[in-house]
Write a protein that binds this ligand. Sequence first.
Ligand code: M6R
Length: 362
Amino acid sequence: QKGGYSTFMMKEIHDQPRAVRNSVRGHLDFDNATTSLGGLHMNPKELASIDRIQLFACGTSLNAALLGQYFFEDLAGIPCQVTQAADFRYRNPIIEKNTLAIALSQSGETADTLAAVHEAKRKGADLIAICNAVGSTIAREAGRGVYLHAGPEISVASTKAFTTQVSVLLQLAILLGRTKRLDRSQSIEILEAIDKLPEQIEEVLKLSDSIREIAKKYTDVHSMFFIGRGYQYPVALEGALKVKEISYIHAEGYHAAELKHGPLALLDEKVPVVAICTNKDSAQKIVSNIRECSSRSAPVIAVVSEGIETPADDSIVIPATHPTTAPILSAVALQLFSFHIADLRGCPIDQPRNLAKSVTVE
Ligand code: M6R
């Protein structure tokens, strides 16, 4: 069942080249420079009429939703709001005309996300669900949407659901973008980058042993920070969530620009910082954040795309890709990093204490 791996989490990390390929199978339409997502059951006119998006989710799915916000705003020019599902349910959200509500859930059974689905329906929103579990309650209640096709995710720590959610949200942003401002050549560039992802994820997986060597240096720490900018900010949140969930080390994800607004006070030689830097255009900014951390004696581990140099103590170098697809590759690198830290600390990786795979109560 674990495919020769010691844990479901490691198996599922290694499932990702296939899972991401399955999440795009039959969807990439190079001739028309768009994507086709049949499960939406929306015609071109309906797609073009969407002028607001409301995403809701919990946990890792919420981090994927934050990336969706960047995609919808950058590629399609559609204002997008992301709300933690419980908050959506209780704060009397305003759903304007032509809003597309999107529920994001691996299991399709999360109680708060399901309640948010009911709330969105009650308010008359057009609703779709992006789920992994076929026939799950949220998928059924929404009645339309996109499946991730990632295969069963057993480990409590979500891995392949995140990368396939990001893949599907990006495909949806391209589809909506092509009805609005996304031009053909920009779209083709992203479609090509998506198409290459499975082989690039394989390259990241080959880094597992070298990531374990880096992880060995940080198994005794009590606290860690993850920082990123733009598309890598949600990945910083996700990296921190993975570490705290499976290794029981306190970890926080921050926008890199927020460091000087408080967290710098916590840094010293015992608090490592993981800095994600995959975009050449903003590299200098992350480099100065790395210097900020180093000058407080914090060890820095950089996750960088090939061709980007930083003054970090350790580097995990991942393949270069389009800025919209880079979060998938950096997320895989951080999944391996958190796995190795937890494994070296002897933690029960697939069944972390106090957690359940599916949170079906409020
Ligand atoms: O099944 P869902 O995507 O709705 O689950 C949401 C969260 O409970 C889930 O992502 C949780 O945060 C994971 N254990 C994180 O690895």
